[in-house]
Design a binder for this molecule. Sequence first.
Ligand SMILES: *[C@@H]1O[C@H](CO)[C@@H](O)[C@H](O)[C@H]1NC(C)=O
Ligand SMILES: *[C@@H]1O[C@H](CO)[C@@H](O)[C@H](O)[C@H]1NC(C)=O
Length: 363
Amino acid sequence: MRSSMMSMVVLGAALASAAPTLSSSLVKRASSSCTFNSAASASASAKSCSTVVLDNIEVPAGETLDLSDLASSSTAKPPSATRNGMGPLIRSSGSNIILTGTSNHTINGGGERWWDGEGTNGGKTKPKFFYAHDLDDSTITGLNVKNTPVQAFSVQSDNPVLNRITIENSDGDYNGGHNTDAFDVSESNGVTIRNAVVRNQDDCLAVNSGTNIVFTGGTCSGGHGLSIGSVGGRDDNTVSNVTISHSTVSNSANGIRIKTISRATSKVSGVTFNNIQLSGITEYGVVIEQDYENGSPTGTPTTGVPITDLTMQQVTGSVESDDTPVYILCGDGSCSDWTWLNVDVTGGESRSKCENVPSGASC
Ligand SMILES: *[C@@H]1O[C@H](CO)[C@@H](O)[C@H](O)[C@H]1NC(C)=O
Ligand SMILES: *[C@@H]1O[C@H](CO)[C@@H](O)[C@H](O)[C@H]1NC(C)=O
């Protein structure tokens, strides 16, 4: 059973009267239905309902719309609305949950209230938009998100599917939006992200750790492209079996990127990029480097995070004139078993400083 009512969620910001209609509902499809019209009542009571419809909800800045533990009525989580500790604007957890947006809604993260050009590096403390943590065997479908304060979706779950999520953060371009990653995946198994449309100022996808991950049908623009990493130095540092396919990256700093942390130990294996189209890339079309430290490249690769069994297939497009189509900086012997087929990134100047490029790839 699915509610057909249009309802409204406004997050972290009063709804300006000049704004277009902002409406949404998040619905868990099941047998009984509760409708809430305040974030406090939804956060307090949603877990005892099998279907949740949110109607005209406003989440005050610094609080969290808490849709945790939806599948169970018994375990109450500690309250997560944290004015000072800055939880996410929305969190959801549970098993076999379905969260769906009604057609034509927008969920406005009110990011302009926090944007100061510093993202998570400084300035105001900013809430992430959505924690999908321990949201297992569950689906989030058809959400239209606008103006996230910083990172949008943090995914730490087993077998979640995120389908048709649109993230429209282009206001952040001239307004101080920074670190507005669309999907950050870590400590997860079996993630599928399909048909995302992203307009932001940082990674469209960043996989920091996890296994059996699929990202397909994505349309990424304005940001930093499709990234693995940086890998290393976290609690979980293994990336394996990741397929990123049938996606476009336009008007972005990078197209495809794999970064590993200098002197860390872990591994990246079984990553495939297939059918990726690049355009308007302003730094690197494809960049793979094993030299990251404190968020920046050192220029000196290390060998502790080998990148093996990497496939690039049908990666095509162009970079801007002063930029680099392909840059590979590997440690001695720490990149191997690469297959590149029809990698054709044109424009710019080729990089003379590639190191330890494994056979199969070219730089
Ligand atoms: C969708 O929203 C837009 C902008 O608010 C509005 O112009 C349009 O009529 C809406 N369409 C439907 C089917 O409700
Ligand atoms: C890789 O992940 C995909 C998607 O979860 C899965 O279908 C496939 O079986 C996995 N491959 C291996 C070798 O585990």
